[in-house]
Design a protein around this ligand. Structure first.
Ligand code: TXA
Ligand code: MG
Length: 340
């Protein structure tokens, strides 16, 4: 299949929307990562998304909308849900709601009686949905198990020949996937960390919100609540190892010539590694989440690279989402300095 490249010009978005109406798959930008769009109400189109990603059928898809009314047509919107939509949409929050019986294909929900909804903060994405005239499914546009794509080039790398088109809106700004909150259970529960934090959500709802991704919550309940949690995620082929900024001096001594380092600009300067390949995570935690997947993908495609070392961020705000994606990519491997 020929994969067409689209800009965000009105005529290109029109052409991309037409492909979606025809039941084709088109990758689209959001502020978090690129998604794979297809008519959420067309089972044949949805099936093509699973095929292109190589995604297991029991891992449900997010439904992406450009207005809250489209959610009301398919699901039950509680006052709590309404509150979160008003406060955080458009934005990096995905909300899981009970669906109206028979309104959403089990292909989309993975057979659950709930579905995940998101209204992204990206003009081109919303215009595409508006022009297509239908909600679209929007899983991240990577091959299943690979880091999510934060540029159209990443999407091209994984999806060329497998989908009908890609809308290019440059690099995404957030860089990690949206926060997922489950409102179908008695107490609101975060299933995936992202730019919208537990503190912000608790404050908005004036009640405590459970974070099911925290290590304590996972230990209490071994069965993952988000179907996607049980799959290996965000994993490059090369080994990834996390390191703590406090261990920088020891790391420097341990590095082999073919090892590479992803770290904040200031810490790369402290490390001073002439001859070593490095990738700057920028000046702050905000830049770091934007750069993580791009850095992992860059080195994963380089034949001469051995191990990818990545700096951990402080466990606050977006740093929690960064560390969560990083520890998945690293399979939890942490650099431990040798004693003595
Ligand atoms: O930022 C994002 O959310 C991106 C952009 C493209 O919008 N999309 C994205 O979709 O990350 P995806 O499919 O890669 O991740 C959605 C996650 C998966 O882990 C899935 O298992 C979970 O949400 N999910 C979807 N529907 C669910 C449901 N009904 N109940 C529990 N988890 C659900
Ligand atoms: Mg994904």
């Amino acid at each position: 299949m020929e994969t067409k490249k689209f800009t965000t010009s009105p005529s290109d978005l029109q052409a991309a929307a037409q492909l979606i109406q025809q039941g084709q798959v088109v990758a689209f930008p959001t502020e978090t990562v690129y998604g794979l769009g297809a008519n959420a109400l067309d089972e044949t189109a949805v099936q093509k998304v699973f095929t292109a990603k190589g995604r297991p059928a029991d891992n449900p898809l997010i439904i992406t909308v450009d207005q809250i009314d489209q959610v009301a047509d398919l699901a039950l919107i509680s006052p709590t849900a309404r509150q979160l939509m008003n406060q955080f949409w458009p934005g990096s929050l995905t909300i899981i709601l009970p669906i109206q019986t028979g309104k959403v294909s089990p292909l989309v929900t993975g057979g659950l009686d709930t579905a995940a909804f998101r209204l992204p903060d990206n003009q081109a994405a919303r215009e595409l949905i508006r022009l297509a005239g239908t909600p679209i499914v929007g899983p991240s546009a990577n091959t299943s198990g690979k880091p999510s794509p934060t540029t159209a080039a990443h999407v091209w790398h994984d999806m060329e020949g497998k989908i009908a088109g890609i809308v290019d809106d440059g690099p995404t700004t957030v860089g990690v996937e949206s926060t997922v909150i489950d409102l179908s259970v008695s107490q609101p529960t975060i299933l995936r960390t992202g730019a919208v934090t537990q503190e912000e959500l608790s404050q908005a709802l004036n009640q405590s919100v459970i974070d099911a991704t925290s290590t304590r919550a996972l230990a209490d309940n071994q069965t993952p609540k988000a179907p996607g949690m049980k799959y290996r995620h965000y994993a490059p082929d090369k080994p990834v190892v996390m390191f703590d900024p406090l261990d920088i001096a020891e790391l420097k001594l341990a590095l082999k010539p073919a090892d590479v380092v992803l770290a904040l600009e200031d810490d790369l300067n402290i490390l001073a590694l002439p001859g070593q390949q490095t990738w700057s995570l920028g000046l702050s935690m905000m830049n770091a989440s934007e750069q993580l997947f791009a850095g992992l993908r860059y080195f994963d495609d380089r034949a001469n690279v051995q191990t990818i070392y990545v700096e951990r961020m402080p466990e606050i705000g977006l740093g929690r989402a960064f560390n969560n994606r990083l520890s998945k990519a690293a399979g939890n491997q942490l650099f431990i300095p040798k004693e003595g």
